[in-house]
Design a protein around this ligand. Structure first.
Ligand code: GLA
Length: 397
């Protein structure tokens, strides 16, 4: 991604003033599959981003060169689906669609896009791409927008940063996954050095400082590409909705699993079919783990936070059934390393990454243990990153 501006000039032979926008991927520390149930999540933004360099023009056409796919494609603003469009073009297309519906008067542009958020690893490369696309479209439509946080670009169009996240989420739904709000929200609202505790119902949030000198956050890619995710993910979501419908019979005020306390769940769990019961139990207990995690993190109790991470993974594995042998293996290896507080799968599951909280001096032993055991026991090559919480999306220039 070294010099995207030079790449732009090279591809398009254009000497116009280039704007650059970026949006990060994320790792979720705790609060998995709670967002679409109106609950709580605690992700942080990564220092890995999708970046777009662009120059607006007067034609209603968005032409993009993708460095990662080594391919150029374009769409006309207002057009629904150009024949033969590559999959990666659908993200900016759907974002343009929802922005136009929200009243943004769009203009076309030419752009080069590149990124270092691994694709298909559960670190939200698609949310990063949606948010970066949204910023590119907003900046192209109003070139007077200055460099700065995403909120500034949103406000220039009469949108809040929350609304911008919701629009990017709507775009993802149109691509095919009925995702919650977490990924797009954190990509926009991330803060350096902090996790963000988000209430997914009213979108209020709090930045929780992460003690980088006491705990490192290690992201490990299992090398299992997430497959069939849309189907299995949407199925989990429907099972939660099924649980809500059934629990409503006992407490009509319940609208989402967020409204179900552990006590109410336990009192009526027998009325739920086995699978639905397990799915609901994960979500209800996970919400309590997030709320308690915020408290112990603020109190500096990393041991206790680690226990919540472990409990989250076990619940995702046993009740939500979104783990797999490779993710379980990575978690098992990590938990066996001295100085590791806790380890769990992160993101939707079905492959992708784990997140591990470890004392800084435990990072090298952890790396060594994973490199020694994981390939031998899984036949796969892991990728390991130590990540610091980064800032959210921005107009860079
Ligand atoms: C994916 C979705 C999010 C969230 C997580 C699971 O990342 O995009 O909205 O549901 O899975 O926590």
């Amino acid at each position: 991604m070294a010099d995207l501006v030079a790449r732009f000039r090279d591809v398009f032979d254009d000497s116009g003033p280039v704007r650059v926008v970026r949006a990060p991927g994320r790792v979720n520390l705790i609060g998995e599959h709670t967002d679409y149930n109106g609950g709580f999540v605690m992700p942080m933004a990564l220092d890995r981003v999708v970046r777009i360099a662009l120059v607006p023009h007067d034609r209603p056409v968005v032409a993009i060169w993708s460095v990662q796919f080594d391919e150029r494609a374009e769409f006309r603003l207002g057009e629904t689906e150009p024949a033969g469009a590559p999959h990666w073009l659908r993200y900016p297309m759907k974002v343009a669609e929802v922005l136009a519906e929200a009243g943004v008067a769009l203009r076309g542009f030419r752009a080069v896009v590149d990124g270092d958020v691994p694709v298909g690893s559960g670190l939200s490369s698609s949310a990063a791409y949606e948010v970066a696309s949204a910023l590119a479209l907003l900046v192209a439509a109003k070139p007077e927008i200055p460099a700065g946080r995403a909120a500034v670009a949103a406000e220039a169009h009469g949108l809040t940063s929350q609304k911008l996240a919701l629009l990017c989420q709507a775009a993802e739904h149109r691509v095919g996954v009925r995702c919650g709000i977490m990924d797009q929200f954190i990509s926009i609202h991330g803060q350096a050095g902090h996790a963000i505790m988000l209430d997914c119902r009213d979108l209020s949030f709090e930045a929780v400082p992460l003690p980088a000198d006491e705990a490192a956050i290690v992201v490990i890619d299992s090398g299992v590409q997430r497959k069939l995710t849309a189907g299995a993910y949407n199925e989990r979501r429907s099972q939660c909705e099924d649980g809500v419908e059934r629990l409503k019979a006992f407490a009509p005020a319940i609208e989402q699993l967020r409204d179900v306390s552990l006590e109410v769940f336990e009192a009526h769990a027998d009325a739920l079919p086995e699978t639905v019961r397990r799915r609901c139990r994960h979500v209800v207990t996970e919400d309590t783990r997030v709320l308690e995690s915020v408290e112990v993190l603020k109190a500096g109790d990393l041991d206790r936070f680690g226990e919540f991470l472990n409990a989250s993974h076990d619940s995702l594995r046993d009740d939500y059934a979104v783990s797999g042998p490779e993710l379980d293996l990575l978690v098992e290896i990590a938990r066996g390393v001295e100085g590791v507080f806790g380890s769990r799968l992160t993101g939707a599951g079905f492959g992708g990454c784990t997140v591990t909280l470890a004392r800084p001096e435990a990072v090298e032993p952890l790396r060594a243990a994973v490199l020694e055991q994981y390939p031998r026991r899984s036949g796969l090559e892991p990728r390991i990153w130590v990540s610091e919480a980064a800032a959210g999306a921005a107009v860079e220039q």
